[in-house]
Design a protein around this ligand. Structure first.
Ligand SMILES: Cc1cc2nc3c(=O)[nH]c(=O)nc-3n(C[C@H](O)[C@H](O)[C@H](O)COP(=O)(O)O)c2cc1C
Length: 327
C-alpha cells in the first residue's frame, strides 16, 4: 500500500455538511458553484453500496472533473467499509469521510453512526481498515459523545488521528441530544486540544456571525454548515467572504433567482428521473419559497404540481416579487 496522499485542508475552511436526502449531487454542484472548501455527500451505506442495492450508488456519484467532494461512508463492518472506500476512491472521491455521528435508530441499532462512540475499539478497527484501503485522505465526522456521561470525542479523535485520520468534524451535541437544544461550540474545544489535525466545528452555524462565534468558542480551524444552506446555497460562500476574504457570491434575486431554482429543479429531475425527482425537489422548492415569502396558494400549487413545465412556470411567480406584485 502506498502512503496516503497529502491532505490539503479545505480553502476556504467552510464545508457543506452531509445530509441524507439533501446533499445529493445536484445540490452539491450548486453549493460548489457559489463557493465552498469541501462538499460532503449524503451518507452512503457501505455494504448496500458494494452490493449495488438500488439507489445507493447514486448517493456516492460525484461527476466528472469535480474536485472538492468528500463521500461519506457509514457502516459497522470493517470489510464492507474498506471495499466501499476503494470503490468510491476509484470513482473520484477526493476524501472519504467516516460517519460516526448519525443518531438515527435505524443506523445506531446497526452499531454504526454515533453508536460507534460506544464501541471505540471497534470504531478504530473500522477506521484503520478504511485508511489502509485507500490512498485518498480519510476524515471523521462525529459528535461530542454518546450522552453527557460518555463525552469521549477527544479520546476517539486522538485515536483516530493516530490511525491516520486527517481531519475531524464535531457536531457540538451528543447522540442522545439528537437535534435538541443548542450546539455546544465550546465543548468542541476539548477535541481541538486533543489532536494536531484540523478540527471543524458543526452545529447551528447559520451565518457569518454564528460561524465567527463557533470558531472563537471552539478554537476550531473551520466550520461545517448543514441546515443553514437549505434554500440558500450561496451561504457558505457568503461566510467564506465575511470571515476569510474570499470573493463575495452574487446572491441571485428576481429573475436570476428564478433561473437558478429552475436550473436546480431540472437538475434534480435529470438526476433522479421525473417521479423520484419531483418528490426530492419539493423539499428544496419549499425552502426556496420560505426564503422568498411565497404566498400559501402559490406555494401549494408548486408543491403539488406534477407537470414539470407547469411547475417551472409557477416558480417564476413564486420566487420573483415583481411577478408576485403584478399577479
Ligand atoms: C436531514 C438531515 C440529514 C442528515 N444526514 C446526515 C448524514 O448523512 N451524515 C452525517 O454525518 N450527518 C448527517 N446529518 C447531520 C448534519 O451533517 C449536521 O451534523 C447537523 O445537521 C448539524 O449541523 P447544522 O446545524 O448546520 O445543520 C443530517 C442532518 C439532517 C438535518
Amino acid at each position: 500500500m502506498t502512503a496516503p496522499r497529502i491532505f490539503t485542508f479545505p480553502n476556504p475552511p467552510v464545508l457543506l455538511a452531509p445530509m441524507a436526502g439533501i446533499t445529493d449531487r445536484p445540490f452539491r454542484d450548486l453549493v460548489r458553484q457559489f463557493g465552498a472548501g469541501l462538499v460532503v455527500s449524503e451518507m452512503v451505506a457501505s455494504q448496500e453500496m458494494v452490493q449495488a442495492k438500488p439507489g445507493v450508488r447514486e448517493r456516492a456519484e460525484i461527476g466528472a472533473d469535480v474536485e472538492n467532494t468528500a463521500v461519506q461512508l457509514a457502516g459497522r463492518d470493517a470489510e464492507w467499509m474498506a471495499e466501499a472506500a476503494r470503490q468510491v476512491a476509484d470513482r473520484g472521491a477526493a476524501v472519504i469521510d467516516i460517519n460516526m455521528g448519525c443518531p438515527a435508530k435505524k443506523v445506531t441499532n446497526g452499531y454504526s453512526g454515533s453508536a460507534l462512540l460506544k464501541t471505540p475499539d471497534h470504531a478504530l478497527r473500522l477506521i484503520e481498515a478504511v485508511v489502509a484501503a485507500v490512498e485518498v485522505p480519510v476524515t471523521l465526522k462525529t459528535r461530542l459523545g454518546w450522552d453527557e456521561n460518555l463525552m469521549n470525542a477527544p479520546d476517539v479523535a486522538r485515536r483516530a488521528e493516530a490511525a491516520g485520520v486527517r481531519m475531524i468534524t464535531i457536531h457540538g451535541r451528543t447522540r442522545c441530544q439528537f437535534y435538541k437544544g443548542q450546539a455546544d461550540w465550546a465543548a468542541i474545544g476539548a477535541v481541538k486540544e486533543a489532536v494536531d489535525v484540523p478540527v471543524v466545528a458543526n452545529g447551528d452555524i447559520v451565518d457569518a456571525g454564528t460561524a465567527a462565534r463557533a470558531l472563537e468558542q471552539s478554537g476550531a480551524d473551520g466550520v461545517m454548515i448543514g441546515r443553514g444552506a437549505q434554500g440558500q446555497p450561496w451561504l457558505l460562500a457568503q461566510i467564506a467572504h465575511a470571515l476569510w476574504g474570499h470573493t463575495a457570491p452574487e446572491i441571485p434575486q428576481g429573475r436570476a433567482l428564478v433561473d437558478m431554482v429552475c436550473g436546480h429543479y431540472e437538475a434534480m429531475l435529470g438526476f433522479y428521473g421525473a417521479d423520484l425527482g419531483l418528490r426530492v425537489a419539493r423539499k428544496h422548492l419549499g425552502w426556496y419559497m420560505d426564503q422568498a415569502g411565497t404566498g400559501a396558494a402559490l406555494r401549494r400549487a408548486v408543491l403539488t404540481g406534477r407537470d414539470p413545465e407547469a411547475v417551472l412556470r409557477l416558480l417564476a411567480d413564486a420566487l420573483d416579487p415583481q411577478q408576485q406584485e403584478a399577479a
